[in-house]
Structure formats: structure tokens, C-alpha cells
Design a protein around this ligand. Sequence first.
Ligand SMILES: Cc1cc2nc3c(=O)[nH]c(=O)nc-3n(C[C@H](O)[C@H](O)[C@H](O)COP(=O)(O)OP(=O)(O)OC[C@H]3O[C@@H](n4cnc5c(N)ncnc54)[C@H](O)[C@@H]3O)c2cc1C
Ligand code: SF4
Length: 512
Amino acid sequence: MGALRLILADQLSESIAALQGLDKAQDTVMLCEVMEEASYVPHHPKKIAFLFSAMRHFAAELEAQGVRVRYVTLNDAENTGSFTSEAERAVKALGVSRLIVTEPGEYRVREMIKNWAATLGIPVEILPDTRFLATHEEFAAWAKGKKQLRMEFFYREMRKKYAILMEPDNKPTGGEWNYDKENRKPPKAGMASPPRMAHKKSAITKDVLALVKERFSHHFGTLEPFHYAVTRRQALLELDHFIRRLLPEFGDYQDAMVAGEPYLYHSLISSYLNAGLLLPLEICQKAEAAYRAGTVPLNAAEGFIRQILGWREYIRGIYWHFMPEYGQRNSLNATRPLPDFYWGAPTGMFCVAETVRHTRDHAYSHHIQRLMITGNFALLAGLDVTAVQEWYLAVYSDAYEWVEMPNTLGMALFGDGGVVASKPYAASGKYIHRMSNYCEKCTYDPDVMTGENACPFNALYWDFLVRHEDKFRGNQRMPYMFSTWDRFAPEKQQAIRVHAATTFKKMAEGAL
Ligand SMILES: Cc1cc2nc3c(=O)[nH]c(=O)nc-3n(C[C@H](O)[C@H](O)[C@H](O)COP(=O)(O)OP(=O)(O)OC[C@H]3O[C@@H](n4cnc5c(N)ncnc54)[C@H](O)[C@@H]3O)c2cc1C
Ligand code: SF4
């Protein structure tokens, strides 16, 4: 009797642990599209279409290599709708001796699978996900005894472990670990990003698009045009295009935001990487090779590599290190309902409307839009942390709880009490004005603090600091903010707080 090897939607790599040692004569590989997973939050239609199409292509590639595949489509009349019931159905139908699966990316799913041995009556092996570059044990050993878990120091360990941008004397290439001081430039006037790749739709993708249109049109987000890569070959083309055409400018304009330009110099690879079509180490090695070949400057290569070797691995480490308690945190007691403009209702705030537009059309917005526009607004306004996390999990095609939660709850909302961020990423309209051309198109004025046309971010920024003064006044990275507030005349302070209250009222009335 063979094994049933279950591959989840974000495990589409031939090197995945559950496929190693596969016996083609005996084993069956199973993939299933289940309603429970597709609808536990209202995922963006593009995200569902991308994953179903990538799963179907992956299954077809395995079959072409002579692997026996049990693929259950969403519209299969026999589909029972959940992983557990589909695993039960397969075990009965195939009479397999054991089930092998790679550790899921989400705590919820791992807990569910842990119960399967009892439910299915066969041994269930949950293998470590070796695609990640730091194991849970390595992260725990690094974190042990540390008062603060700063990404920068974790990242240095990872650079050494994988010998990425390292010199033979064990020193970082160029002498520095981090070249961010050369990055983060505001956008140039008239800046537009080079053209991006668009992939032709296969028959599989066309079928999936019809299915998603029929079943998920009520979810937020537009399904077409649909240009996503859905195979490893296409994802590699995307990566190569990025490294050749865009990486040289990635560092400089990493934080810039330009109206009508959702992508600028960002790589757009997170969906492919998180689903398994690309692997983190190969990406870092290609970026390093481009630097060594002289086609990419060091600040860009290092900045990009840090996102993957540093931030991505660190975020995953934080998730597994602190779950399940992490998911319950709400250190700033943020409970205000999510305004409808997160779901596309009109708002006069151009920066928010533009970010939501990009999200709706592409299931994508870049890091600074996520952090400093929608995330910053949610932080300043004290929006409910669960509702905000559900929004991020639903609307982005790269979103899985292990990566979305620490980024949203920790980095954007400071809801974890300062594990990920040493101070809140709170900013007024001044920052958005400096890093984008959004304010030129806005009904509000970033230079005005109170009154009808005042940028809402301004009063909310000060109001946020004062509301949480007990937590932040002693923060060593925030003395400048509080000394500025202290220098404001009492009448000015009062006017700001009154304007913030008016802003909250307008938000509740849908008039912001
Ligand atoms: C509130 C919030 C929510 C987020 N939710 C997600 C999410 O659900 N899924 C997700 O993959 N990323 C998430 N991020 C991180 C980051 O915004 C996205 O990875 C990035 O925007 C993806 O676009 P890109 O591929 O063009 O990235 P680039 O800007 O080109 O960066 C290259 C790669 O680095 C990695 N990376 C960069 N920053 C991070 C980070 N903070 N955490 C993890 N990986 C990172 C990604 O794999 C990304 O593809 C979130 C960030 C914030 C602030
Ligand atoms: S003025 Fe304020 S609300 Fe308008 S785009 Fe600028 S930062 Fe956003």
C-alpha cells in the first residue's frame, strides 16, 4: 500500500518535503480546491484564480512525469468542501497506508492536521518545510534570552549562514551590512516604472477564471484583466525580468509612491514565492550574481536580499515563535470598526483611495502603501486589529497568515506591543507628501492641521501619540515627537484634539 502525499495550495514546489522519496508505482499525490479555505475570509478573486490555476498547472506537470495525482476541483460534484473531509474521502477510496504532508504555513491548519491520525486511522507524517531558510529551532535559539528581537541582527546571521554578500574574511560585502541610507528616495517628477510582464492565459487558466467568476464575484476585487504567472517557468521569467530591468533602481525608489503606478520598481514576486513557484535562496543568489556581474548596484542588491533573507524569514520566525498567543494581542486596544472606504467606498483621502484602487484591481499594493497608507491610517485611527488583519489576509494575492499577521498586527498596528517594531510606524501627512505625489491630487492639504481641508493624517497623528502617551513617552526612539507636541501652545493642542474628534465623527458617518 502506498502513501497519500498531500500538497497544499502554497506548497507548489517539486522540492517540497512531502514529494521527496515519492514512489511513483505506489503513492498518490493529492491536491484539492476546498470551499472552506477559499472562503474563510473573502479572498480577492485574483488570489483564488492565481492559486487554483497554479495548483492545476502543478498537478498537470506532475502527471506528465508519471506521478499519480488525485486532483479535486472546487466544482467536482463529490467535493466535500474541507481538507479533513477530503483527506478522509481519499484515504477510503485509495486504501493508503499513511499520509505525508509538509508543515502548513498557518497555525490553524497545522492544528487541524495534527488531529488527522486519529480521524483517518493511519499514521500522519508532518514534515518540516525546508524551503524556508531558518528552521523553527534556529529562530528559537537566536531569540532565546534576547530582550528585543531585532530583524537586523537576525539578518546578519542569515547572511553568514548562506554566505550571501559575504567576503572570504567573513565581513559583509562593501564593508556594511545595510545600505538603507542610500535608499528610500522620494519619487522623481514624471517617474513611471518600466513595462511589466503579462502572461498569456492557458486553457486551464481560462477554466479557472470562469469558475471564480461564477463562485466568487461577490468578493472585493476585480478578476480581469488577469496577467499572473501560474507556473514555475513563468515565475522565473518574472524574476529574471525584475533582476534585469528593475532591480538596479529598486533600492532608490523602494519607498516612493506615484499616482497611477502600482508597481514602480518592486519585484511582484511575493505571490509566486509564497505559493512555492520560486524559492527564497535561488532569488537571493540571482540578485547577488547580478551585483557580482556589475549590473546591479550594491545598495539595490543588498536592500532586496534583506527583504527575503532578512524580513521574510524573520516574520515567519516571529509567527511560529509566538503563536497562538500572538494572534490574540491588541496592545493599543484598537477596536474602531473598519471604515467602508477599505472596501472601495468613496473617500476624499487620495492616498487611501489610490491604495485601495490598486488593491482592488491587482490584489497588490507595494510595501509602503500597505505600511504607511492603509496601515498607518488604521494605526492612527485605532481600527479594530482583527478586522484590519482580515482585510489584509483577504485582499492581497500573497497573503497567508504566517506572513500577513506579524506584518499587520506587529509592524503596521504595533498591536504586538513592540516585538516587530521598536516604535510605531506612525506618520502624519508630511511623510506621505514627501514620499509621493498623492497630495497634489487630494481634496485635503497636507500642510494644514485643523479645519475643513486639513489632511486627516495630521490631527490623527498627534491624537494617536497623546492617546497612547503612557506607552510611548518613555520610548527612546520617540523623544523628538513628544518634545514637538510639548512645544505646541495649549490652544493648538486643544484645536488638534477637537479636530481629531471631528475626523472620527466624519469617518463614522462615511464622510471622510
Ligand atoms: C500591513 C502589511 C501586510 C503585509 N502582508 C503581507 C502578506 O500577506 N504577504 C507577503 O508576502 N507580504 C506581506 N507584506 C510585506 C510586503 O509588503 C510584501 O511582501 C510586498 O509588498 C510584496 O510585493 P513585492 O513582491 O513587489 O515585494 P518587493 O518590495 O519587491 O520585495 C521583495 C520581496 O521581499 C519579501 N518581503 C519584503 N518585505 C517583507 C516583509 N515585511 N515580510 C515578508 N516578506 C517581505 C517579499 O517576499 C517580497 O516579494 C505586508 C506588509 C505590510 C506592511
Ligand atoms: S493630503 Fe493627506 S489625505 Fe490627502 S493624499 Fe496627502 S496625506 Fe493623503
